[in-house]
Ligand binder design. Structure first.
Ligand code: IPM
Ligand code: MG
Length: 356
């Protein structure tokens, strides 16, 4: 029996995770999914109880579980804490501690939401792209980092963008393998005209591409990629990015799909063990009001079934159920358009559970 550690986190995290767990419970009760869950604390919720955003015990539980389902971390309550103690550090420590170097963020436009996107329907209809983001390296983790005081008395902040060849190679393999199962195109994103690290990125990705003759590789500078994503997003199949570019471009890509509330993600290690979370944050401004869209988390649970728990039929069942509920015209506020029925977080979860 597979075991899933559930970490709701902060802000809207507990609300959206509850809906994903609801869906998983229906699958295990009525549709033969063999699964147990336990809950833990991460982020601000863990700081409040334990004084740290991730305890060693929770990390050990995450490492022992077959998969982790996470909501979101962070919020104004903990904003004044020093960088090393912030809620986000809990998430980063989980990613690093579980060696989850490969972050898959699919941006798929459900046809029912074509008009919820801020872009013209013809620009986004049929959109289906995958961002493969490196998740345990780059400027997020590079040393040295910190704040120092210069001789002038002025403070200076510094971070380091580092990637070794092996780190680039392994994420490139993930992108090329993913592309083989999709549209067979990889666009690697860099800033090789300015940054040595990403010039190396481009060189290594080009070298690895030779092992995948059936996949077409192109390169794009990150500023152009940001523009192309809103100009002609359907040109992309798999976008391969470093940690920070992927953070930014995946938020941008989410808006193509109508709302960041629709974007699921999987973070995997080399054995496809992983953590699953919506790509969005903890949205403290709407927390606790039943306004959040649980679909990104529910679709993340579907990714969990597919990638880590070897239950692809159950994953597809969830994805079909989401489509049915959207067909029926149910919408949380973020994806609501004229003529649709506005529902709360739990009503959306109930409807998806019922559609299974
Ligand atoms: C994300 C988030 C995180 C990140 C934050 C919460 C640390 O924005 O998963 O995209 O920057 O990776
Ligand atoms: Mg982000």
């Amino acid at each position: 029996m597979a075991h899933v550690l559930v970490l709701p986190g902060d802000g809207i995290g507990p609300e959206i995770v509850a809906e994903a767990v609801k869906v998983l419970q229906v699958l295990s009760k009525d549709h033969g999914l063999s699964l147990t869950t336990s809950e833990g604390l991460v982020g601000g919720a863990s700081i409040d109880v334990h004084g740290t955003p991730l305890t060693d015990d929770t990390l050990a539980q995450a490492q022992a579980a077959d998969a982790v389902l996470l909501g979101a971390v962070g919020g104004p309550k903990w904003d004044a804490l020093p960088m090393a103690n912030r809620p986000e550090k809990g998430l980063l420590a989980l990613r690093k501690g579980m060696n989850l170097f490969a972050n898959l963020r699919p941006a798929v436009l459900y046809p029912q939401l074509t008009h919820a996107s801020s872009l013209k329907p013809e620009v986004v209809s049929g959109l289906d792209l995958l961002i493969v983001r490196e998740l345990t390296g780059g400027i997020y983790f590079g040393q040295p980092r910190g704040l120092r005081t210069l001789e002038t008395g002025e403070r200076q902040g510094y971070n380091t963008l580092v990637y070794s060849e092996s780190e680039i190679e392994r994420i490139a393999h993930v992108a090329f393998k993913a592309a083989q199962k999709r549209g067979k195109r990889v666009c690697s994103i860099d800033k090789s005209n300015v940054l040595e690290t990403t010039a190396l990125w481009k060189e290594v990705v080009t070298r690895i591409a030779a092992q995948y003759p059936d996949v077409e590789l192109s390169h794009m500078l990150v500023d152009n990629a940001a523009m192309q994503l809103v100009k002609a997003p359907k040109q992309f199949d798999v976008m391969l990015t470093d940690n920070m570019f992927g953070d930014i471009l995946s938020d941008e890509a989410s808006m193509l799909t109508g709302s960041i509330g629709m974007l699921a993600s999987a973070s995997l290690n080399e054995h496809n063990k992983g953590m699953y979370e919506p790509s969005h944050g903890s949205a403290p401004d709407i927390a606790g009001q039943g306004l959040a869209n649980p679909i990104a988390t529910i679709l993340s649970a579907a990714m969990m079934l597919r990638y880590s728990l070897n239950a692809p039929e159950q994953a597809a069942r969830i994805e079909v159920a989401v489509g049915k509920v959207l067909d029926a015209g149910l919408r949380t506020g973020d994806i609501w358009t004229e003529g649709c029925q506005k529902v709360s977080t739990s009503q959306m979860g109930d409807a998806i559970a019922a559609a299974l």
